[in-house]
Design a protein around this ligand. Structure first.
Ligand code: ADP
Ligand code: MG
Length: 628
């Protein structure tokens, strides 16, 4: 008996979009259905390694009926139980589809929607771009019962028990009036060759053939060439082949920025075809994305795409295939964990990818920049997590810097090469954004010296700096922490100014420190500042203000960590304060000014001020007295 069920709202949302889609490349619905058929056969074939009764002569058949206006995609793969149909087809399980919906919601401009459909593989539901009605008849391998699922894509679907001779799935797409082109052999062949040529199972279309004696017979025609593209010679692979294979692997469409062929012989034998995508997928930082890694094949048999150990996390943006000839075919997914062969493959893959990136950086800097903007955040994790390759990865990371225009990325080597002789260390500053950092008063000293400062604006930067102690024998130093090390002459000069100021303003500084004892650890003079009156700096070992804000944003307790208020001895404000102080050591304004100095230091570094009401009252009072 047929049961009618409602789609989950998110599915409804997607279906509406598909039904009303104006997307011009509707051809992709067939690519998606064939991809599902091939996935289902992959799974069945894997199962058949241990359960012989599941083995078949694997193929994907297409069937056209011009009277009833349908196109059928038939596989003899794994099939689905009734529950699986409800789970897989009635809800959105797929990560790519979820990300697609999210992107769609954020995309207020409807004109860009068609673009999005093309960028994402939207799977099974894309058939509703061309279908009036879709039927799916399926029988799970190893079971006797079949189910039929039917929907017009409106708001519900029906599901009922059915008969089916063999295992696998048949999807019947009843075509809309304006989609009848998909009943034509030439159209179908064209799409298959374009998008699914490398699928290793034959994609068969029964085709009418006119014989010499004018009689007609129907013959099976295999539409795809079935060549495993990763086994071809690199120079024989066309750009078009790369693009369609990449789209197949990525599940999100898009194009590769670079393809990497790897052929290892000797102790470990394997071939790999890897891609660096042009664009980061929307779900790059979502856990479900991280589950899928490279596809592992053993002598052309698909084993899994969830073998995480093939690439380290920090290269998880790489897509591709590894085909090994050493692993046994009946390998179980458990055995793959901590497998020494897999570890060897990983080492090879890492070495190759890092060297290709280095080459790209040197020979195609613009392309490398594009790569780094998309995936640099992830690659950087390697500095902290892959100790063995740390030096290589350090050579690949890039940052914006104070002395370069916004958006320009500079490698550590470029930074070091541009250092003036008097500069000893590599300086960096961490913060939310370039805009905030640029105004930081702690940079004034570096500007005056002609030193450059690396801007570290990714949350991950602070984390990797724990491992990045030096580059090219030069130490990394936070521009906002501790003391600055410069050449002997400048040092002497700076020390002189500070000693004098200390002497002159001794009492004043003591009073300021007293007033601010809840907020800061110390008030002292600095040679760091040229324009601003004051700034806050961390202890050599303390958390930076940026890190503190990050911790707080994550609702983590931040250890009580008072910072140091540094004053610019040359700033006229200090002299004026001194005057008031000398005139009357108990002048009530001194308390207000101390508070203002502190708040100002917070504001310039982009931190919130604890008591904005008091702050504005003090500013207002100040204005009144100035305007009098
Ligand atoms: P994806 O293939 O990316 O998972 P789809 O929307 O294409 O997303 O398919 C959703 C799910 O439906 C698949 O993950 C699979 O479990 C199931 N499915 C779709 N087509 C088939 C098929 N021909 N045979 C078996 N299962 C299928
Ligand atoms: Mg799919």
């Amino acid at each position: 008996m047929a049961k009618t069920k409602k789609f989950k709202t998110e599915v409804q949302h997607l279906l509406d979009l598909m039904i009303h889609s104006l997307y011009s490349n509707k051809d992709i619905f067939l690519r998606e259905l064939i991809a599902n058929a091939a996935d289902a056969i992959d799974k069945a074939r894997f199962q058949s390694l241990t359960e012989k009764e599941v083995a078949r002569e694997w193929n994907i058949r297409l069937e056209v009926n011009k009277d009833q206006k349908y196109l059928k995609v038939i596989d003899n793969g794994i099939g689905m139980t009734a529950d699986e149909v409800v789970d897989n087809i009635g809800t959105i399980a797929k990560s790519g589809t979820k990300a697609f919906l999210k992107a769609m919601e954020e995309q207020k401009d409807a004109a860009n929607l068609p673009e999005l459909i093309g960028q994402f593989g939207v799977g099974f539901y894309s058939s509703f771009m061309v279908a009036e009605k879709v039927e799916l008849l399926t029988r799970k391998a190893g079971t006797a019962n079949a189910v039929q699922w039917t929907s017009t894509g409106k708001d519900n679907y029906s599901i009922e028990e059915a008969e089916k001779e063999d295992q696998g799935t048949e999807v019947t797409v009843y075509l809309k009036e304006d989609a009848k082109a998909y009943l034509e052999d030439w159209k179908i062949s064209e799409i298959v060759r374009k998008y699914s040529d490398f699928i290793e199972y034959p994609i068969i279309l029964p085709t009418v053939k006119t014989n010499d004696d004018k009689t007609e017979t129907v013959e099976d025609k295999v539409l795809n060439s079935r060549q495993a593209i990763w086994l071809k010679k690199p120079e024989d692979i066309t750009e078009e082949e790369h693009n369609s294979f990449f789209a197949h692997l990525s599940h999100h469409g898009g194009k590769p920025l670079k393809s990497i062929n790897l052929s290892a012989e000797g102790t470990t034998e394997f071939k790999a075809l890897l891609y660096i995508p042009e664009k980061a997928p929307f779900n790059l930082f979502m856990p479900e994305f991280q589950k899928k890694g490279l596809q592992l094949y053993i002598r052309r048999v698909f084993i899994t795409d969830e073998c995480k150990d093939l690439v380290p996390d920090y290269l998880r943006f790489i897509k591709g295939v590894v085909d090994s000839s050493d692993l046994p075919l009946n390998v179980s997914r458990e055995i793959l964990q901590d497998n020494p062969l897999i570890v060897k493959i990983q080492k090879n893959v890492v070495r190759k990818v890092l060297s290709e990136l280095k080459e790209m950086m040197e020979k195609e800097p613009e392309k490398y920049r594009q790569f780094f903007v998309e995936f640099g955040k992830i690659l950087k994790e390697g500095v902290h997590t892959d100790y063995a390759n740390q030096e290589k990865i350090k050579g690949l990371v890039m940052f914006q810097t104070m002395n370069n225009e916004p958006g320009k990325l500079v490698s550590l080597k470029e930074y070091v090469d541009a250092m003036p002789p008097s500069q000893k260390d590599i300086y960096y500053i961490t913060g939310e954004s370039r805009a905030v950092l640029e105004n930081s008063p702690v940079l004034e000293f570096f500007k005056s010296k002609g030193f450059d400062v690396l801007f570290m604006t990714d949350p991950i930067d602070e984390w990797i700096m724990q491992s990045m102690t030096q580059f090219d024998k030069k130490h990394f130093k936070s521009a906002a922490k501790g003391e600055i090390d410069v050449d002997a002459d400048s040092k002497k000069e700076m020390e002189k100014v500070i000693t004098e100021a200390k002497e002159k303003h001794k009492e004043l500084v003591a009073v300021l420190q007293q007033e601010l004892s809840d907020q800061v650890k110390e008030v002292r003079f600095t040679s760091r500042l040229t324009d601003s009156a004051c700034c806050l700096v961390g202890d050599e070992n303390g958390l930076s203000a940026h890190m503190e804000r990050l911790f707080k944003a994550m609702n983590q307790d931040v250890p009580e960590n008072k910072r140091i208020l540094e004053l610019n001895p040359k700033h006229p404000l200090i002299a004026s304060l001194q005057n008031i102080f000398e005139a009357d050591k108990k002048d009530a304004r001194i308390k207000d000014y101390a508070g203002l100095l502190y708040d100002q230091a917070l504001l310039t570094e982009g931190s919130p001020i604890p008591d904005p009401a008091t702050f504005s009252k003090r500013v207002a009072d100040l204005m009144v007295s100035a305007l009098k």
